[in-house]
Write a protein that binds this ligand. Structure first.
Ligand SMILES: CC(C)(COP(=O)(O)OP(=O)(O)OC[C@H]1O[C@@H](n2cnc3c(N)ncnc32)[C@H](O)[C@@H]1OP(=O)(O)O)[C@@H](O)C(=O)NCCC(=O)NCCS
Length: 449
């Protein structure tokens, strides 16, 4: 700089549209990053994923990022298409019994070649990304080992399945030690018996057993899902889908993933995610945003925040009325609620409305009033009001508003803790001031977004 300091024009920091999106994205993601830190996720994908190198490279990049952000990852690659190809090159014809491959002793060599090649491919993709991360994150290395002990399936209906096996035991301590060291564990579908015999396992069963034995927080299938799957499904929903879809409707890969999801869920894995492996960034969106973009299978009652519809009016009234009678909230008639339904959002717990809130924008003043924030007494203390508040703040931001204000008589400390500060009546939009009820003597709060 040659000019004097005085001649340098001041820098104004007005983030561009793209930068604003980034800021919003970070604000949304950080709570999930914290929530997932130290949690164990088992991620399974079919060998089909490796047949799409460009999409697979993006997946590996995202997987390493997730590990770098502190989640503990076990990857279970499937190898079915690779095994099929290698066996056919070696002149073997496929033989299945009750959906299980008959693995003859002569198949072991081509089988280990196929599985070994997938294992080394996955390790090599991961290593390349980990070295790019340059050791700055939490994930450091890739580890694989004899974590799964197998047993033979034996003879079923007179048919000897040979080296086709089932999972007998998972070395939970071994896997946990590896994860605790910052390693990403890769576990293929080969298992060993205590006498060193090698068995061909189903990758889905390996993933499922790993998730159950480790008490994993999530089992994630990167898969080839049906279009238009709902964002959440119960076990019954998945079983119905499997029953009513004929062979052609679901890919073999997806069907196996669904079947495995049902078993894992019934064996105690609470959250199973189905994520489209071909959609760039889908895994990150599923894990680090509120709405996600995959399908969650859970045996827990499913809760979600969503805009209210006219069908919710009864549920909203049932929440508001006791609060209105207690003088905590101002009374709203059913008619008024019918006119204002689109201002409301609700928390729907398996069809029951257990919380609600409303947002009334004043676009000219670039602000909005938050009102009618109620959580059913049986569900208080679980962070639901905080989630509704965050949802409404996002809604206000997306409307281009700069602040949210509210009136409260009995919940002042709660809002202060959430970043609201005292505000004066004079500073409210004139239209709202006109309706201020002096008798209620409510405190006014505002939060700048
Ligand atoms: C206020 C209310 C919405 C909070 O719902 P919630 O789901 O329990 O809220 P969260 O779980 O997100 O937050 C709970 C925290 O808020 C605190 N809190 C709840 N009500 C409070 C109040 N009236 N004053 C101060 N703090 C309060 C809790 O002590 C808890 O704090 P902690 O986490 O440190 O223990 C709920 O108590 C309610 O419906 N109250 C009646 C209606 C009402 O007052 N609405 C606000 C006026 S618009």
């Amino acid at each position: 700089l040659t000019g004097s300091k005085d001649s340098v024009s001041p820098v104004t920091c007005q983030p561009s549209g793209e930068a604003r999106l980034l800021v919003q994205g970070l604000r949304d993601a950080v709570p999930y990053i914290r929530e997932h830190e130290g949690h164990v996720f088992v991620i399974a994908f079919g060998g089909e994923a490796l047949d799409q190198p460009a999409a697979f490279e993006r997946l590996i990049r995202d997987i390493v990022l997730i590990a770098d952000l502190g989640a503990r990852l076990v990857l279970v690659p499937g190898t079915r298409p690779q095994i099929n190809r290698r066996l056919s090159e070696a002149g073997f014809s496929e033989r299945f019994h009750h959906g299980l491959r008959v693995t003859e002793p002569g198949m072991i060599a081509p089988l280990t070649e196929a599985v070994g090649a997938v294992q080394f491919d996955v390790i090599s993709w991961l290593s390349a990304r980990l070295s790019l991360a340059s050791g700055s994150g939490l994930a450091q290395r890739v580890l694989t080992g004899n974590f799964v002990t197998a047993r033979p399936m034996g003879v079923i209906d007179g048919v000897d399945l040979g080296h086709t096996g089932a999972v007998r035991r998972v070395d939970v301590d071994g896997v946990r030690d590896a994860l605790g060291d910052g390693s990403i564990v890769v576990q293929t579908n080969l298992g060993f018996s205590p006498t060193g015999e090698l068995f061909n396992l189903r990758a889905e069963e390996v993933a499922e057993s790993m998730a159950v034995a480790l008490g994993a927080d999530k089992l994630i299938f990167l898969t080839d899902p049906l279009e238009d799957l709902p964002t959440a499904m119960s076990l019954d929903d998945v079983e119905r889908l499997l029953e009513r879809s004929d062979e052609d409707a679901l890919s073999t890969e997806f069907r196996l993933h669904l079947q495995s999801a049902v078993r894992a869920c019934s064996r105690g894995v609470d959250r199973i995610h189905l994520v489209d492996r071909d959609v760039d960034g889908a895994l990150l969106v599923e894990l680090y945003t509120r709405d996600g973009c995959g399908t969650l299978i859970t045996s827990e009652p499913y809760e979600r925040i969503r805009p209210a519809t006219p069908d919710d009016i009864g549920g909203i009234l049932a929440l508001l009325e006791p609060m209105e009678q207690a003088g905590v909230l101002v009374r709203r008639s059913r008619e008024q609620l019918e006119l204002e339904t689109d201002r409301f959002v609700v928390i729907d717990r398996d069809g029951d409305i257990i919380a609600c809130a409303a947002l009334y924008p004043f676009p000219a003043e670039r602000t909005a009033e938050l009102a009618a924030l109620v959580v059913h007494p049986a569900y208080r203390g679980g962070g639901r009001a905080a989630r509704l508040l965050a949802y409404m703040e996002n809604r206000a931001r997306s409307l281009g508003l700069e602040s949210i204000f509210l009136l409260s008589t009995q919940t002042t400390a709660f809002f202060r803790e959430k970043g609201f500060a005292d505000e004066r009546l004079d500073n409210l939009p004139a239209e709202r001031r006109a309706f201020y009820n002096l008798k209620r003597n409510s405190r006014i709060f505002r939060k700048w977004l």
